[in-house]
Design a binder for this molecule. Structure first.
Ligand code: ADP
Ligand code: MG
Length: 388
């Protein structure tokens, strides 16, 4: 669905195939960006200190240096006509340094905003999105006040660097909150009220510098132990809920003047309310289904938005269920035959050298004529692989 042609941003030149694009971060998201860019005839430069990182394996140039290395950033700025990021925790100063030399999208200040749960929630509220009730815990001195603000069980989440459920602990009373804060290292946190969640889902959209927005079909997300386990598409949600979430995501993207792929996680509560959870200034794990099930996938869309090209068609071609493959499976060796014997299963592995429990090693998409069949295929293959 592509709409609008805003008037806010200047239209940058289109960067056409043959240009060189850079990505900060060499994980799986950087790898899939690099693959999409190369398919379209772009050259790709990756900056990541790990010599064996997933994106470095498929890039034209891999700059192996820390994200703060001024010489490497300078080199990247010289080589690349545009640079994006695959994760939000790159230092904003590095993005700013690059932005003085070349096109950078999303904008450094927006990436910085998405590094901090407090700033994210303040931003969401500003654009009219409901969030969980929360109290800011700058340091231990704020804990008593934070508890009195909520006076109910909640999750203490570190404001920065949390992912896959890491950096958060449940607290049911003040003593537990104090203990949780100490266990999380006493860093700045948010204490968030525990919500009665009916469904989790996400909106992934792309916005280009001309102001055009394209939404991917919403994904219904199932988590296990704080980590995304499956995405189900089309999401089993009332259309009114989907539309509310799209409008919320649109207000954030337009309000920020965002350029790039943006993912917004939502909760549908038992009472029907749609609540903003968090956002990511990049493609998202819950958008991996698009690799096989949409006309344009989220990484091609990232390339298009970065290069100022028209956004691609996001139409869903087939019902799909995505299943994440975590490192736990590698303890015994994954049973690939059990997966690959199904013609409707599409496997994606990230080339990670070391498997650890909870580490995302790959995913697969189950495609079938109906969502029921796609779900059945996902459940059957999970059983056969020994997942869950
Ligand atoms: P992460 O950055 O680790 O993804 P999230 O804030 O998305 O952190 O939390 C991870 C998961 O924890 C969510 O997907 C959801 O299942 C659960 N969760 C998060 N916040 C709440 C809340 N306020 N109430 C109930 N469950 C929550
Ligand atoms: Mg999350």
């Amino acid at each position: 669905m592509t709409t609008g042609s805003g008037t806010t941003a200047q239209t940058p030149d289109m960067l056409l195939p043959g240009a060189t694009l850079g990505v900060l971060g060499g994980g799986q998201l950087g790898r899939m960006f690099a693959l999409a860019a190369r398919v379209m005839g772009y050259r790709v430069v990756v900056l990541d200190p790990d010599p064996q990182c997933p994106a470095g394996q498929v890039a034209d140039v891999h700059l192996k240096a820390p994200y703060t290395d001024a010489v490497a950033l300078m080199r990247m700025g010289e080589l690349c006509q545009a640079v994006t990021t695959e994760f939000e925790n790159v230092p904003a100063s590095s993005l700013e340094m690059l932005a003085r030399r070349t096109r950078v999208a999303p904008a450094p200040h927006i990436v910085q905003l998405a590094q901090d749960r407090l700033h994210e929630k303040v931003c969401a509220s500003k654009f009219g999105c409901e969030t969980a009730p929360y109290a800011n815990v700058e340091d231990a001195g704020d804990l008593v006040h934070a508890w009195s603000q909520l006076s109910a069980p909640g999750l203490l989440k570190t404001r920065r660097m949390g992912y896959d459920g890491k950096g958060q602990m449940r607290a049911d009373d003040l003593d537990a909150l104090v203990a949780a804060h100490a266990a999380l290292g006493g860093v700045p946190c948010l204490f968030e009220g525990l919500l009665a969640i009916e469904r989790e889902f996400s909106v992934v959209l792309a916005r280009n510098a001309q102001g055009g927005i394209a939404f991917f079909p919403l994904a219904e997300n199932v988590h296990r132990q704080g980590i995304l386990d499956m995405s189900i598409v089309p999401a089993r949600l009332p259309e009114s809920v989907a539309e509310q979430a799209r409008q919320m995501a649109r207000r954030i993207a337009e309000g920020l003047g965002y350029v790039g792929v943006l993912a917004v996680e939502f909760f549908l509560l038992a009472d029907g309310r749609v609540v903003f959870n968090e956002m990511a200034p990049r493609p998202h794990n819950s958008g991996h289904y698009t690799l096989d099930a949409c006309v344009t996938d989220q990484f091609e869309q990232q390339v298009r938005a970065l290069c100022g090209l028209p956004l691609g068609d996001t139409r869903l071609l087939s019902p799909v269920v995505m299943v994440n493959l975590l490192g736990d499976l590698w303890a015994q060796g994954p049973r690939w035959e059990a997966l690959l014997k199904h013609p409707g299963v599409k496997l994606h592995l990230y080339g990670k050298v070391e498997a650890r429990p909870g580490r995302k090693m790959g995913h697969y998409n189950c495609l079938a004529p109906t969502l029921e069949e796609a779900l059945a295929l996902a459940l059957e293959t999970r059983r056969a692989m020994g997942i869950g």
